[in-house]
Design a protein around this ligand. Structure first.
Ligand code: PHE
Length: 344
């Protein structure tokens, strides 16, 4: 043991005492305590060495030296025991951190406005007994078009400018392909919503972007009628836009629904009087929907003689733009914190 201190004289034992005391005072971790034990109290430790020197001392000195050595050993043992008790939370624990100090402020994130809208749409449909399903962003031509009753060269494919990845592989242009995937896996009664990202090769502007989000809805059972479609979407609109929400149903066309309609909600900003958000019309277009085409039920492996159903698809950006009074869709994708912070 290299203490640099020889225990040959009374002075040096005194020095060892002071050294032991200061080392004991510096014990703050269990590792420190163990190091102290090894240095001072183990078989090769300082205390043993002191006793060995005492036994070699001249007989006249031996008694006094022995007393000093005993004191040193008692000090090291008792001191270590006391520090260990402190470390393990013994009676005389002194707090080593001040728990009363105020913490550092941590900046808190918040949900993206699109996710806030998606979550409230989702929660309303969950409240009506719908489940949730997801499908892949990269789709086959089969699920995105063919199974949804788009004929191979039908101009309806041009309604949705498609990003192709490879022959018959593409970025889905809508969430409707998930309808087929759900029908393949589940038997009626089916009540499911399918949120997700969709992609279209459109010119980017304040009104349209190359990707956006939709929530698809699907309901299949025996005897599902157009009245069920209307009732479900009216209940949704009242929950989302307010108890007085009124809907307008306009005929439309989608290959996968027949009849197909688009639904407008009375402008919640001007109450139908006409304003800049509704372009003075008093109405806001919010979704496309219709009764599922029998060909589509068959694509999903469902007996179209026995079952009927409705489907709808709404754009989350469109609803978010309206709800928050935002005039440029690109703001949702730039992730400028000055924009995002306004929604925290
Ligand atoms: N998929 C259609 C679109 O993206 C919306 C829609 C969904 C219409 C379901 C009818 C039924 O425009």
């Amino acid at each position: 043991m290299t203490t640099g201190v020889s225990p040959n004289s009374l002075e040096s034992i005194e020095e060892l005492r002071r050294k032991a005391e200061s080392e004991l005072a510096n014990i703050v971790t269990p590792e420190d305590a163990e190091k102290f034990r090894l240095d001072w109290l183990s078989k090769k430790g300082i205390v043993r060495e002191v006793f060995r020197k005492v036994s070699e001392a001249a007989p006249a000195e031996r008694k006094e030296r022995g007393r000093e050595a005993n004191e040193l050993r008692d000090l090291a043992e008792a001191g270590l025991e006391q520090r260990l008790a402190t470390l393990t939370g013994g009676a005389d624990t002194e707090p080593s951190i001040d728990c009363t100090l105020p913490g550092y402020p941590l900046p808190r994130g918040s949900l993206h406005p699109l996710m806030t809208i998606r979550n409230s749409i989702r929660d309303i449909f969950i409240g009506m007994g719908f489940t949730i399903a997801y499908g892949p962003d990269i789709e086959s031509d089969y699920y995105n078009f063919e199974a949804l009753n788009f004929q191979p060269d039908h101009p309806a494919r041009d309604m949705q400018d498609t990003f192709h990845i490879a022959e018959k592989v593409l970025l889905r242009t809508h969430t409707s392909p998930v309808q087929i995937r759900v029908m393949e896996l589940q038997k009626p009664p089916i009540r499911t919503i399918m949120p997700g990202r969709v992609y279209r090769n459109e010119e980017i502007s304040a009104r349209s972007y190359c990707l956006f989000h939709q929530v698809e809805g699907l309901c299949v059972d025996e005897g599902v009628s157009f009245a069920d479609l209307k009732g479900t979407l009216l209940a949704f609109s009242r929950a989302f836009f307010g108890d007085n929400a009124r809907l307008k149903i306009r005929p439309s066309y989608f290959p996968f629904t027949e009849p197909s309609v688009e639904i407008d909600v009375e402008c919640f900003l001007c109450g139908g009087a006409g304003c800049s958000i509704c372009k003075q019309s008093g109405w806001l277009e919010i979704l496309g929907c219709g009764m599922i085409h029998p060909n589509v039920l068959r694509s999903g492996g469902i007996d179209s003689e026995k079952y009927t159903g409705f489907a709808f698809g709404m754009g989350i950006e469109r609803i978010a733009l309206l709800k928050f009074g935002i005039d440029d869709i690109r703001l949702f994708f730039e992730n400028d914190v000055r924009f995002l912070r306004q929604f925290s």
